[in-house]
Design a protein around this ligand. Structure first.
Ligand code: SME
Length: 185
């Protein structure tokens, strides 16, 4: 090998190295999107032919609880008047009624937006149902513009939820609501 070639790698080798780096980075970035894509398929299959709201919400929460790592609570609160009332869930028994505008669920419902809380102990007014919970994500459910309730997930891990979770859960919730539409949800 000449001294020059020892210093500078041929372009083809550099390209190969870059390709290798990209390939190594991609699976890591794709883990959550791939998992959520598979959950969409599984949710559609669980919902197929069944229109009982409680049964479907129960299976949806079980699917999330058993498929997503580091989750200690997954379930629904449905809007009744100006309160969110506990629906089907997986995890420890939880607070039954949450006021609109209070806690992570109430704020997400009032603001009509997904809220990611990296550390629930730093969220003013957080309502602690399970002492094991350290982070949380809440996704509102809408039928058009009408708020139906929220999907709530808790984790014992600080910073467990990110934008990829928000995107994946919003897609799942959209599939769920579209299926239940017109059933009095
Ligand atoms: N932490 C929620 C209450 C519901 S439980 O987490 C299941 C909140 O602050 O709204």
């Amino acid at each position: 090998m000449s001294p020059q070639s020892a210093k500078k790698k041929p372009a083809s080798k550099t390209k190969r190295a870059a390709k290798k780096r990209r390939a190594a980075a991609t699976p890591e970035n794709n883990v959550k999107p791939k998992l959520y894509a598979s959950l969409v398929v599984q949710l559609r299959s669980l919902l197929k032919g069944e229109h009982d709201l409680i049964a479907n919400a129960a299976n949806f929460s079980a699917l999330l609880f058993n498929s997503l790592p580091n989750v200690n609570w997954a379930g629904f609160y449905f809007l009744q008047g100006d309160e969110l009332v506990l629906g089907p869930f997986q995890g420890n028994p939880a607070c039954v009624r949450l006021p609109m505008g209070k806690g992570v669920c109430g704020v997400a419902a009032r603001q009509c937006e997904t809220i990611i809380v990296p550390n629930v102990h730093e969220f003013p007014g957080h309502i602690a149902c399970d002492v094991a919970s350290n982070s949380e994500i809440v996704v509102p459910l809408f039928d058009g513009e009408r708020l139906l309730g929220v999907l709530d997930l808790d984790s014992p891990t600080i910073g467990r939820f990110d934008d990829q979770d928000a995107e994946g859960l919003n897609e799942l919730v959209t599939v769920f609501v579209a299926h239940e539409e017109g059933l009095g949800l």
